[in-house]
Each structure stands twice: as C-alpha cells, then as structure tokens.
Design a protein around this ligand. Sequence first.
Ligand code: ADP
Length: 647
Amino acid sequence: MTGGVRRSLPAVAPSSSERVVLVVDDDDDVSLLCRLHLEQAAFRVITAADGAVGLAMARDVRPSAVVLDFQLPEMDGLSIVAALRADPVTADIPVVMLTARVNAQDQQAAWDAGVSDYLLKPFEGSRLVDAVRVAVASDTESDRFERRAGALSLLRGSDVEMRQHLASIVEHAHDAIISTTLDGLITSWNAGATETFGYEAGEIIGRPISILASRGIADEPPDLLGRISRGEHVTQFESVRYSKDGRRIDVSLSASAVEDATGVVTGMSVIARDVTGRRQSEAKFRALVETAPDAMVIVDDGGLIQLVNAQTENLFGYGPDELVGGPVEQLVPERFRSRHPGHRIGYTGSPRVRPMGASLELYGLRKDGTEFPVEISLSPLQTDEGLTISASIRDVTERTRAEETQAHAFQREREASQRLREVDRLRSDFLSTVSHELRTPLTTIKGFADMLTSDWTSFTDDQKRDFMERISSAGSRLDNLIGDLLDFTRLERGQLKLDLESLDVAELVADAVRRVGPVLDEHVVDVDVDPGLMAVADALAFGHCIENLLINAAKFSHEGSSITVRARSDGDQIAVTVGDDGIGIPEDEIERIFERFYRVGPERNHRTGTGIGLAIVKDFTEAQGGSVTVTSLLGEGSQFTLSLPAG
Ligand code: ADP
C-alpha cells in the first residue's frame, strides 16, 4: 500500500508497564490511524514502513502484538509472519493482519500462516482495537481457531452468495451461456441461449450441443471439446450456428473447461455471442470500402492493418489478404518509416478528418520496392474494437507528372518571355550602341580631318602623319563595323549566300590579319598555320570570322600582349584558334556571348562594341558546316576555335 508523501513516525521506546503494538505499514496515513486508535486504547505504538525494519524492531522490542499490512515493498506480509514464527524470540507475538486483499486465497493463506486476526481495509478503529486486545490478551489456540473458522465460514458464505450472484449474472446475460458434459451433452442453458437459438432450456438440456451446428461443421463442437479438455482456452472463435427455426447465426464463441472441486475437467462452458448484426454491418462496411474509388486502408490504433480494399492491393502490388494483419509501415518507404509510428500515435491522440502530411510530399512503397507519390486523407473511425484510422490513398503519379510538365512548360514560357524581353532590351541598346559605334570613328575622322584642313600649316609633318594614321584606323573600324552590320542584316534576312570551295587556310588567315591591320598594331601577333592546310569554306565569310575574332582579341586584351592564330588539322576538320592573354570571360556568361547583342558587362569592361560580332561568327561558321567553341579563364585570356571541314 502506498499513500502520499511518506513521513516516518518516531519510534517511541516503551516503558515496561505499557503494552506495545508494532504497526508495519508503508502507508503513513494507515500507520497514523492505527496509532491514534491504539493509543486511545492505552497501547503504546511503534511503527515501521517496511518488512525488514519491522522484523528488526519486533526482535528488539518484542511488542505485545504486530499489526501488519499484507502488501509491503520488497517483503510481503505473509513472509513477515513466516519470519516472525521462525524466530524463537518473536515466534509467539500475535499478528493482526490489516489488509485490502479481499480474495479468499490470501485470507486462507494468512490464517494458515498463523495470524491472530484478519481485518479488511477500510477498517473501523474499534474493530482494530478489539482485534489487538484479543490478540494481546491470553489468546489461546482454540480461540484463534474459532475466529479462523468463523472468518472462513463467512468467506464460504460469501462464496455461496457469490455463486448465486454469478448464477444470476449468467442467467440474465445477453450472451448465450451453455455448459456441456465432456460428451457434449448440454447441462445448462441460460435465457440468453434461448433468446439466441430459440430453444427453451427444458427442451434442449440433455441433448448434444452439435444440434446447433450444421452438417458442414458438425465436427466443430467435438473439436472444441477436445481442445478445451487439452487445457486450451478458446476465445472469440468466429463460427456459424443455427437456431431452432433454421436461421443462420454468426457467432463469436469463447469456451473454457468446467472443473470439479478436485480440478478434474468435467465439461465445457461456452459463451456464444450473436454477431450476425455486426457481421452484416461489417459486410456493408466492407462493400463500401471496396467500392471506394481510392485505395482504402483501415488501421487499428496499434498500426496494424485491419482491412484493405482491392484497390489498395493493386496499387501496392500485393495479393489478396497479404496486407491484413501486417503493420501499415510496410506501405511506407524505408526513409520515412522510423518517423511514421510517431505521426500515427500523434494522430490517434487527436483524431480528426484531415489530409495527411499537409504540405509534405508523401510516397507509397510497393511490394516490389518501387515508390510512387500519394495523397492521403485520414479519418478516425470509432468501432467496437476501439479507435481505428481510415486512410484513403490516391496515387498522384499522373497528376504530379502533369503538374511537373505544366511547371516545366510554365518555366520554359517564363524563360522564353524573359529572353524575349531581354532581346528586346538588347536590340534597343543595340541601336544606340550602333549609332555610338558609328559616331566614334566618325568623330576621329571628322575631327582630325577638320583640324588639318583649317590649320594645315601649323602642324609638323610627324603630327600630320599621326593624324592621318588615326583617321585611317578609324576608317578601318568604321569599315569593320559597317561590314558587320551588313553581314548581320543579311543573316537576319536569310540572304546569306555562301560559295564553298577548298581554300588555303594560311592564305585566308594572312589576308584577314592584313585587313584588320592597324587594330592589331599595339599587339604582338603570332601566326602559326601548318602549311598546305585546306578547308572547305566561303572565302568572304571565313575571312570575316577570323577578322572578328582578331578584333575582339585586340579589344579585350592589354596593349603589348600577344595574339596568336593557330591552324591545325584535327581529323576531318581544320581547327583555327585565335587566342589572347586578355581579360577573359566569366564562366557563367561564356554560354551567352554568341547570342545576338549580348555583351559581357559592357559597363564593366568599358570597351566599345555592338554585341553582334560573335553572333555573326557563329552563324557564318555553322553555315559553312563548322562550329565555334571557346575556352576562357577570367583575367588570363580566351581562345576561340573555328572548326571547318578539311578540304
Ligand atoms: P562586341 O561588339 O561587344 O565585341 P561580340 O559579339 O564580338 O560583341 O562579343 C560579345 C562579347 O563577348 C563582348 O562584348 C565581350 O564581352 C566578349 N568577348 C568576345 N571576345 C572576347 C575576348 N577575346 N576576350 C574577352 N571577352 C570577349
């Protein structure tokens, strides 16, 4: 017995004239009550909260009586009585058992162990005092026997009462309660049995119980009897029986052995519950589940699958009846499995209809180990067997795929319109760039030309030469620019006409370098072309490509740095590479430099340009059956390679 916070009562040393009672109880409240009652009756009380301390105190103090709780921590009351009796010092101390244990066996055991009295909690103080007084007084063996006999006969009396009580319960039970002999002859038949099977007790007692089973299952009652006599206890065995008027009854049977006083099995007692109604509603429920458009899984509160429909078996790739009884986690991919029971228990704690894992992507696991996206909706279902959860599962593979396709299409559309907007922006930039690009060399040309015309005599010859060179260079730039614009316009209009022929690469490269002329003046140009290399190309287009690459190499590198032009045979291709040690191209923009009007951070590199040069190079090269590639390292330089068919 336990009781609140344990406070220990001080043990008081007894004087010789006082009768001392030792109370052994782990419940402080009971100890205190005993003490108060007994002290009022002039007993001196000492207390112990557990058996070992109690035994030690009994040995030390030799109290006049011990009031002993039955159930104590570590050592129970019966063992304490035995220990007291076994020790000569304490063997004679009378014990009053004070307990909440009502069952007859315990009481019998206590009397057998030699207790002086056996009081049940809650107890009356006067009863305790009386019991202790009697025990302490000259309690004789015969007095004790008398009390024991009285108590046990009371118990037996209550046994009879109990039997009558039980019989009345049996009689009025709604279930059919039937007992039979070992041969299966009916010996008792309650009102519930009459109600269930239609036979009156008078007409069926003495007849074989197999009368209730049909021919197909005639062996079942004898089988049950056999199992029961072998000591088996059969519970909730679902079967079919027939009523007097031939009606089929679905029953849930529990059967147990009937034993006589000596423990010999003399028959069988069967409780039969009519579950026809339940079966019918179950069948309806099953049909309902079966017709549901989605996979339905009914799970009990322990996570075991109770019912699934065929859609579930198909969806998860299981055969009929393979899933029922198994844990629902087998339908969950391994990586989510450890968290699932927690979610499940969480749901059983506050069940309501809701989609599962809102905002999470959920997946189902097929028997073959493959996964598929699902949408799950949960609802609680209160049944006779407790709370079950019904999960409706929908395979959303198609929908997810459609959503993904839609998302991709949307993304592509967004990118395309973004691109268009950007091209639009670049195109309008282009116009202002072109006018700027045209005006810059024109400014040079016009500026120096005007200066020389108006003041020809005031300049030295060297100065005049310098001015003229500048004008020439600006003219070349203008020429290049106009060339680009014409090429571009032709490309845009689809008017590009190529004349492909076998050409000497070395010659083409030399011509291009010559044409670019003064633009390369501030660089060291290193041309390295294997002699005799022939490519199938259009002389004009190919020349323009090389020129463009050379102009860019000069434009995007520092004065005095070197520009290389290499041409090599590469299988059935000729590879012409224009390289520089210039500013290089950022990795994330390298893909875009061949786009029309695209310029890498024009505001960053402060170089002039229109952003159409490389677009022309790409289109021209591809139109000749070749390709253009670039490798570049920011701050270290770039290499552009034109590959054209060898010829
Ligand atoms: P632009 O008229 O600006 O030179 P292009 O189409 O020729 O137009 O080149 C596009 C962009 O690619 C340039 O603006 C520049 O940022 C980059 N680019 C081209 N060639 C080189 C190079 N050799 N080194 C570094 N960047 C280059």
